[in-house]
Design a protein around this ligand. Structure first.
Ligand SMILES: *Cc1c(COP(=O)(O)O)cnc(C)c1O
Length: 464
């Protein structure tokens, strides 16, 4: 890779960054003390920092760079569209070709009855749209009391006030007056951490039936929808036991509530199908999309809406929208991204070739003495760190202490792997090759070895 040298020395960049740039989900003072890693370029699955070091990005940025970095076609699509029509809105009875073309393509790719797209600039915005859309749907259906949306603890649905409230992150709720009223949470299907003495199958049913109990407690006439990620991403790549989803689908059907599948991570090939709902056989009324929709090359999100819901919403004026809803440049890039995913057979490869290869290698990490569980669907995976596998024990230290130590070792070994508490997670670009998968696993193993040594040195190898 060619090194970019036309920037200030790293230390100066870090000082300016800490002085003027407020970072999301960071402790700014800690960042100022340590200095952020400055990323200057990328190609394929590899990032390059300001010191010229190459890093394997096993997170695809934030779960989004599905086709990998450095795709010339996407840059071209953006430049072409900027010259043609850089911006126009889709309010007030106007439209443009990129929004039309992308909507038609998404309707083709999405499961049968999902044929209508409402655009947003991000996943958070799209979930804000969904919150208003499901409530409006029931009001228009003559059932205005159906307003509550049920979600799950440890879900992630975005960071705006609406979507952050839909999410179940207690650390987020603790700041800024969330959750807003009208949102209820049930427990997540995380068997490793919360399953106790139950079998995964029993536990999956128990967690699904919490939805039924919650609806009955609130009254079916007061519940608009259930929202969930097919596989929880930011919560730590939590894969529900096999019994969970069929039961949830039964309950949504019988109780007459809408189901919103948040496909922001699971969509666009991540699970080996176009959508996680196809992999897990879910029947959503609305799917939230963002991230892999444009492989992160442009900020764009949206809601793919069923015929049933779109017809009702379409009969009235929906007083909602964003300046950048259906932004032409973002739509043009997304459309080109979908072409690449399709024509290069990337989704099929994840399902039939590189996905199964990654699964085998990733599950091999279970042989490491610190790894108690390895879960992977397509190209999103997680391992649980534990001092005692048989007991599925937590570490005695605060959740995340050990995970952070391992993450730091990964960083030092030029591998980006995230930690969520004491789970380590991956979500690499879908174009990752088998030899790059081998490198990923080698670096992960080495980081686990070094992390375990550091944990023992620090006297933290104790179950809590
Ligand atoms: C990232 C994410 C969001 C929020 O998307 P933004 O583009 O960051 O607003 C919503 N839902 C899920 C499942 C996500 O992973």
């Amino acid at each position: 890779m060619q090194q970019i040298t036309n920037h200030l020395p790293t230390a100066e960049l870090q000082a300016l960054d800490a002085a003027h740039h407020m970072h999301p989900f960071s402790t700014q003072s800690e960042l100022a003390a340590k200095g952020a890693r400055v990323i200057t370029g990328a190609s394929g699955v590899t990032l390059r920092d300001s010191e010229g070091v190459e890093i394997l990005d096993a997170m695809a940025g934030l779960w989004c760079v599905n086709v990998g970095y450095g795709r010339e076609e996407l840059a071209e699509a953006a430049a072409r569209q900027m010259r043609e029509l850089p911006y126009y809105n889709t309010f007030f009875m106007t439209t443009h070709v990129p929004a039309i073309a992308l909507s038609a393509r998404l309707a083709e790719l999405a499961p049968g009855h999902l044929n209508h797209v409402f655009y947003a600039g991000s996943g958070s915005e799209a979930n804000d749209t969904n919150l208003r859309m499901v409530r409006t749907y029931w009001a228009e259906m003559g059932k205005p009391s159906k307003q509550i949306v049920i979600s799950r603890w440890n879900a992630y649905h975005g960071s705006s006030v609406g979507s952050g409230s839909l999410g179940g992150m207690k650390g987020m709720h603790a700041q800024g007056g969330m959750p807003i009223p009208g949102i209820e949470h049930i427990d997540q299907p995380n068997w490793w951490a919360e399953g106790g003495d139950m079998s995964p199958e029993e536990f999956g049913l128990e967690r699904a039936r919490q939805l039924e109990k919650k609806i009955d407690e609130l009254g079916e006439d007061n519940v608009a929808a259930f929202i969930a990620e097919p596989v929880q991403g930011a919560g730590g790549v939590i894969v529900a036991p096999d019994t969970y989803w069929p039961e949830v689908m039964r309950i949504c059907r019988e109780r007459d509530i809408l189901f919103i599948a948040d496909e922001v991570i699971c969509g666009f090939g991540r699970t080996g199908q176009w959508f996680g709902s196809q992999t897990l056989d879910l029947a959503p009324d609305i799917m939230t999309i963002a991230k892999g929709l444009s492989s992160g090359y442009q900020p764009i999100g949206g809601s793919i809406v069923s015929d049933k819901v779109a017809e009702v919403i379409g009969a009235t004026e929906f007083n909602h929208g964003y300046t950048y809803s259906g932004h032409p440049v973002a739509c043009a890039v997304a459309l080109e991204n979908l072409r690449i995913l399709d024509e290069e057979g990337i989704v099929t490869r994840v399902r039939e070739d590189t996905g199964p290869y990654l699964k085998e290698k990733f599950e091999g990490l279970m042989d490491h003495p610190m790894v108690g569980e390895a879960k992977i669907v397509g190209m999103m995976g997680s391992i649980a760190l534990t001092p005692d596998k048989a007991a599925r024990a937590r570490f005695a230290s605060d959740a995340g202490t050990v995970g952070y130590m391992v993450r730091e070792r990964c960083f030092a070994n030029n591998l980006i792997m995230r930690h969520v508490g004491d789970r380590m997670i991956i979500s690499p670009p879908l174009v990752i090759s088998k030899s790059e998968i081998d490198t990923l696993i080698e670096r992960a193993w080495q980081s686990l070895d070094e992390g375990m040594a550091a944990v023992k040195d620090a006297g933290l190898w104790t179950a809590g």
